[in-house]
Design a protein around this ligand. Structure first.
Ligand code: IPD
Ligand code: CA
Ligand code: CA
Length: 258
């Protein structure tokens, strides 16, 4: 039995309450890298997510950010990010979310992204549409780059890796109304889906960052691929380009500049 979208939304909301309760408090910070942090709240949220999925679907595989790959039937796989935007969270910057996707055979079919500070639930079901708090959402109709607002993100090792996205940031900043760096890839995608942003790109993400948001963009009428147009997939390493159908080819042209 597959889960229902209602179940994903309920679980994302419950995990979101844990984030909201801990927001603005002092946190125990562990460093996975110099700028890659994890707090006790990430762990608390993840424990709830794993426990709930395991109880209802003991045979499903669960890909988790903090507890690794919990083996199960790979044709029924959950991609879970208990707190997307940990760096924001650790600084009490209210831009973060819970992101949950359920995939059949590597293809996300259900997605829920919950922002507990704004009480915004973005969700989608493959072939059925995308919603914000139950209301249908659609990507923007912005026709060209010069009228567009984009977002991106940077890898945690940007200061030591030549593949750091700064050149693309430079190109887009000179061709658009602006490029935001919000710090939560899942919310970036949901903002493209709901037309708040016209496009988003990022390199070297994890599948749990984009599994739910990618489906939400597609179901909202947007185009999602890897950075240079290769098909969107959830096997690492993942990069993502997501935009409304008019902006998408224009962003691809810029990304393909030498
Ligand atoms: C991060 C956020 C950020 C993106 C990073 C991700 P985390 O997730 O989505 O926007 O730039 O690459 O790792 O670590 O806060 O779950
Ligand atoms: Ca994340
Ligand atoms: Ca996370």
């Amino acid at each position: 039995m597959p889960p229902s979208l209602d179940e994903l939304e309920t679980l994302a909301r419950q995990a979101g309450e844990i984030l909201r309760d801990g927001y603005g408090q002092e946190h125990t910070i562990q460093h996975k890298g110099v700028t890659d942090l994890v707090t006790e709240v990430d762990h608390r949220s993840e424990e709830l997510i794993i426990r709930t999925i395991r109880q209802a679907y003991p045979n499903h595989r669960i890909l988790t950010e903090e507890s690794g790959d919990l083996q199960g039937d790979a044709d029924h796989c959950w991609y879970t990010d208990p707190l997307d935007g940990t760096l924001n969270y650790a600084h009490s910057l209210p831009l973060f979310c819970v992101s949950l996707a359920y995939a059949e055979g590597q293809q996300a079919v259900l997605g829920a992204v919950y922002d507990p500070m704004r009480d915004e639930m973005f969700s989608a079901e493959k072939g059925k549409g995308a919603w914000l708090n139950g209301q249908p959402i659609h990507v923007s109709a912005t026709p060209d780059l010069i009228h567009s607002l984009l977002a991106t993100g940077f890898p945690y090792d940007l200061w030591k890796s030549p593949l750091n996205n700064l050149e693309f940031f430079n190109h887009f900043t000179q061709r658009t109304q602006g490029v935001r760096r919000l710090g939560s890839a899942a919310l970036d995608l949901c903002y493209v889906a709901s037309g708040r942003l016209d496009g988003f790109w990022e390199i070297r993400l994890n599948a749990w960052d984009i599994a739910a948001g990618g489906l939400i963009v597609q179901e909202a009428g947007g185009v999602v691929s890897q950075l240079f147009g290769q098909p969107h997939h959830l096997t690492p390493p993942v990069s993502v380009l997501a935009a409304n159908p008019a902006i998408y080819p224009l962003m691809l042209d810029v990304l393909r500049l030498p």
